[in-house]
Each structure stands twice: as C-alpha cells, then as structure tokens.
Design a protein around this ligand. Structure first.
Ligand code: 5GP
Length: 207
C-alpha cells in the first residue's frame, strides 16, 4: 500500500495553544512537515522571521496574491495571513504529511482545493479557559483580546464543518491524540482507492 502525504488542517480559537501543539507534534514525530505562513501582523516578542511566520509588508503580501503564490489567504483581525503554495505542494509530492495551522476561512478554501485534506479543530475545555490563556500570554492588548474573543464566538458556528475536534487540556495527551487521528486517517478507504482498485482488478483477473 503506497503511503501518500495528507494535507492536515489544524484550526482553533486564538489562544487555545495550537502553535505549541503543532510545534510539539512536529518535534515528537518526524513524519510531519509544517507549513510556515506569511502574515502582515507584527512579530510578537521572540518570534523569528521564517520560523513562526514570514512577516511581510501589506504590499509584499498583495504581490504574493497576484503571483498566485498562496494556496489561500484570509484577513483575520485586521491582518492578512496566507499559505505559501510551493512548499506545501513539494512536500505532498514527496509523500509527507503537511500541517497547516490556519483559521476557519482559509480552512474552507483549502478544503475546496484539496477535498482529501483532514480537518481538525482544537478547543479549550470551556470559554473561561480561553480568555485566561489569551490574557496570560500577555502579548495582546485588551482591545485585541476582545476582538479575538468575538472572533472565537463567530468561529464556533463553523466547527461542525470539521471532521474532528480535540480538546487541548493536557498538551502531551492532545499531541498524541492528534497523531493517532492522522495515523487512522491514512487507512481511510477513500484515501486508498488506488490500492483497492488494484486488488479488485487482480481479483477480477483471477476469476
Ligand atoms: P496569530 O496572529 O495568533 O499567530 O494567528 C491568528 C490566526 O491566523 C490563527 O487562528 C492562525 O491559525 C491563523 N493563521 C495563521 N496562518 C494562517 C494562514 O496561512 N492562513 C490562514 N487563513 N490563517 C492563518
């Protein structure tokens, strides 16, 4: 059975700890390639260009859109975010599982282009915990936190479109749960049609 790379979309409310989750997943298991997005938002303290994001000016970002250099992009709380096309396509061709950590509008756009993409939504156990995590990160102003909480309320309406939800309560447990979901997704019948068709043809030929 030939193992094909899966495009994995991980979304979740701002502050839920998706970044940490995804970083740990890539560290712990070597089968994943993590896509680095482009954004026009300012780097947070400690963030490095080309590691967390490619930090671009609005003009540079708009050029990338014009050149068809992005698989998708979205405007989130007044900034652009987008997925560079080349890296993702190359990794998938090489048979690697590629992780996109993107918000919900981008997830819909990717799913349209890649119907086989696996979609997961990361949640906190409750809304109070989400606010607590956003506030304790200490990197956003009260106004930005408010905007992100309002955005979370809107995003909650779209969670049912995702295939899986995972609750990020204990990091390691959540990382392993996401890994197990991805491993199981590799065995989904619709992702193995070539293998199934070959066996069917052999069976038919043997009759
Ligand atoms: P943050 O500013 O907290 O790093 O990210 C804000 C939101 O943008 C998060 O929900 C994150 O998943 C999302 N995001 C990051 N990169 C991309 C991207 O390339 N495309 C889209 N559509 N959303 C992204």
């Amino acid at each position: 059975m030939k193992r094909k790379g899966i495009l994995i979309i991980i979304s979740g409310f701002s502050g839920v700890g998706k970044g940490t989750l995804v970083k740990r997943l890539v560290e712990k298991y070597d089968s994943y390639a993590l896509s680095i997005s482009a954004t026009t938002r300012e780097p947070r303290p400690g963030e490095v260009d080309g590691r967390e994001y490619f930090f671009l000016s609005k003009e540079a970002f708009e050029n990338k859109i014009k050149e068809n250099g992005l698989i998708e992009y979205a405007c989130y709380c007044d900034n652009y975010y987008g997925t560079p096309r080349e890296y993702v396509e190359r990794q998938l061709e090489d048979g690697r599982d590629v992780i996109l950590e993107i918000e919900i509008q981008g997830a819909y756009k990717v799913k349209k282009q890649y119907p086989d993409a696996l979609t997961l939504f990361v949640m906190t156990p409750d809304a109070g915990e989400l606010r607590y995590r956003l506030e304790s990160r200490g990197t956003e102003s009260e106004a930005v936190i408010e905007k992100r909480m309002q955005r979370a309320a809107k995003e909650a309406l779209g969670i049912k479109e995702y295939e899986y939800i995972v609750v990020n309560d204990k990091l390691e447990k959540c990382v392993d749960e996401v890994h197990r979901i991805i491993m199981a997704a590799h065995n989904a019948a619709h992702r193995n049609m070539e293998f199934i068709d070959n066996i069917r043809k052999e069976l038919e030929g043997g009759e």
